[in-house]
Design a protein around this ligand. Structure first.
Ligand code: NAD
Ligand code: UD1
Length: 343
């Protein structure tokens, strides 16, 4: 692909080598933004940068470092004209957050606090923050709107609520902040090239990565966690969203930032819920054979049903998900095949 022309101030992408960050970098370059990645590679491989160069047709500048390194952050803002920050960097595994909560508060809360302090000192008040649907806990109704009460049952979720609160307090204390708190539902799929995607370390916790490894023959069988939920087929229902749609949600949020006064939460989901068995069926159709599964007990902490009301994203960001379940499965499978060395 010929390198698109970039212009304007640089967008600093923390955690830009990770799953959602790398896909967002592709969209940012396509939209003409100069990009600078800051990543400590605690959950990403340096090869991602070569892959990004192949996809975008240009080398993406990247600083290897930690958002908690204040001197480094100050240098980044001194050396570059940063117009806005998209802040992905953080830890994201719910189970792990209950085992090592201090690491989660340190990376996610202290890291974000430090970033905001340095942004404030540098006079950069434009931020897109990676929040999560986990901030809604067990919602009293679906579809979930942004004005629903917040609450969560684990340390990871609390770090997201805390950072949202910090952003709200900051924006209320000082005029001029434009902050999009993007609450992602369940990101799946991959860039259609199959060059970048999600690469969980160890046994995947999330449904799609696990199911893709079953399809690739790396795991025997999917355990379906619970078949007695009050849902149409008894299995858990979620709002799966293609990661390229999610990535485009970030360029839309950037474009809309000047009109977002203060810290504004926005759901990024499709608005459509699918059950675990819907997902098994959809991926089986793409792979061309039935994928094995067994019905097992519920996973502690899981909720029955979670899907978004995405209307605010359309109204405020002019953004709407485009890709359906088949594309999510097809692109996820292309990535899994290339990443597992299958033809
Ligand atoms: P990821 O782990 O693939 O990406 C995070 C990136 O941040 C990694 O490349 C990692 O190396 C880097 N990183 C972590 N701590 C850092 C630090 N202190 N300094 C610098 N770099 C650091 O995760 P992802 O799935 O791309 O998620 C990105 C963001 O979106 C996270 O904040 C996550 O909590 C949030 N989120 C993810 C999901 C999901 O299902 N993937 C859902 C909702 C919200
Ligand atoms: C999980 C996190 C949530 C995070 C979200 C990001 C927990 C408790 N919650 O949510 O905080 O924001 O990922 O995408 O970890 N399932 C199986 N078998 C499996 C794996 C999952 O049946 O091996 C089921 C689950 O019970 C659930 C559905 O698949 O019904 C989706 O699970 P998962 O992908 O882990 O996402 P969430 O539970 O929505």
């Amino acid at each position: 692909m010929p390198a698109p022309k970039t212009s304007g101030p640089t967008i600093l992408v923390t955690g830009g080598a990770g799953f959602i960050g790398s896909h967002t970098v592709v969209e940012l370059v396509a939209a003409g933004h100069p990009v600078l990645i800051l990543d400590n590679f605690s959950n990403a491989k340096p090869e991602v940068l070569d892959r990004l160069a192949r996809i975008t047709g240009q080398a993406i500048p990247c600083i290897t470092g930690d958002v908690r390194d204040r001197a480094l952050l100050e240098r980044v803002f001194a050396d570059h004209t940063i117009g806005a920050v998209i802040h992905f960097a953080g830890l994201k595994a719910v189970g792990e957050s209950t085992e090592v909560p201090l690491s989660y508060y340190q990376n996610n809360v202290a890291g974000s606090l430090q970033l905001l302090e340095v942004m404030q000192a540098a006079g950069c008040r434009n931020l897109v923050f990676s929040s999560s649907a986990t901030v809604y806990g067990d919602p009293h109704a679906v579809p979930i709107r942004e004005d629903f009460p917040l609450g969560t049952t684990n340390a990871y979720g609390r770090t997201k609520i805390m950072v949202e609160d910090i952003c709200r307090d900051l924006a209320a204390s000082e005029r001029g902040w434009h902050i999009a708190l993007l609450r992602y539902f369940n990101p799946v799929g991959a860039h259609p090239s199959g060059l970048i995607g999600e690469e969980p370390q160890g046994v995947p916790n999330n449904l799609m990565p696990y199911l893709l490894q079953v399809a690739a023959g790396q795991r025997e069988c999917l355990s379906v966690f619970g078949s007695d939920y009050p849902t149409p087929d008894g299995t858990g229902v979620r709002d799966y969203i293609h990661v390229m749609d999610l990535a485009r949600g970030h360029t839309a949020a950037l474009a809309a930032l000047p009109g977002l006064d203060g810290a504004v939460p926005v759901n990024l989901g499709t608005g459509q819920g699918y059950s675990v068995l819907d997902m098994v069926k959809a991926l089986s159709a793409v792979v061309g054979r039935p994928l094995p599964y067994t019905l097992t007990a519920r996973r502690p902490g899981d909720i029955a049903c979670c899907y978004s009301d995405p209307s605010r994203a359309e109204a405020m960001l002019g953004w709407k998900a485009r890709f359906g379940l088949e594309t999510m499965c097809r692109d996820g499978w292309a990535w899994q095949r290339s990443n597992s060395g299958l033809s």
